[in-house]
Ligand binder design. Structure first.
Ligand code: ADP
Length: 180
């Protein structure tokens, strides 16, 4: 089975994907590295720009029939069997990206993306099998157990479990309000 782990930058994709792969005995593949390896990504100002269709072709050809956990914020756009969308309180995204040294603008962009369910919406647009997992206040072990539990019990779709509009007031400091 090919499982995508997606979500807003900073949500915990790499941490969870590696641990999930280890627990399931699957291979771990980082989509960014895979794209660069296949020549369908190029580095522009430290970020990788990817040709989605070309990358999907290589994923289909090389990963589809293997047991792989695919890590990346574009992995839900690939031909996978299951998409796991990780979610976290947008404040956590803001704090983690600040620690990573992202610019104020980049932090705001990503906090907003988490607030408005941007990746979830893209994922459900592309796939039927989408599982959303709220990682807030959970350890990586707990999150991975939750994912494995859902897979083992045959759950293929579970979406609509968080609503960050309820915590909007807490994340105002991170937002790019007033067209800044
Ligand atoms: P992503 O791949 O989505 O950008 P990372 O896996 O790199 O996210 O995680 C971002 C940061 O958050 C890392 O410092 C990681 O150790 C930490 N982290 C990830 N998941 C958790 C968690 N469940 N609890 C606490 N810290 C976490």
């Amino acid at each position: 089975m090919l499982i995508a782990i997606t979500g807003t930058p900073g949500v915990g994709k790499t941490t969870i994907a590696k641990l999930l792969a280890e627990k399931l005995g699957y291979e771990y593949v980082n989509l960014r590295d895979f794209a660069l390896e296949k020549g369908c990504g190029r580095e522009v100002d430290g970020e990788v720009e990817v040709e989605i269709d070309e990358l999907a072709y290589f994923v289909e050809k090389e990963l589809k029939d293997r047991n792989v956990v695919l890590d990346g914020h574009l992995s839900h756009l690939m031909p996978v069997d299951l998409v796991v969308v990780l979610r976290a309180h947008p404040r956590i995204i803001g704090e983690r990206l600040r620690e990573r040294g992202y610019s104020k603008e980049k932090i705001g962009e990503n906090v907003e993306a988490e607030l408005v369910d941007a990746i979830l919406i893209e994922a459900i647009d592309e796939h039927e099998n989408v599982i959303e997992v709220d990682t807030t206040n959970k350890t990586p072990e707990e999150i991975v157990e939750e994912i494995i539990g859902l897979i083992k019990s045959g759950v293929k779709r579970r979406v609509g479990i968080v609503d960050w509009s309820e915590v909007y007031d807490e994340i105002i400091p991170y937002l790019r309000l007033g067209g800044e």
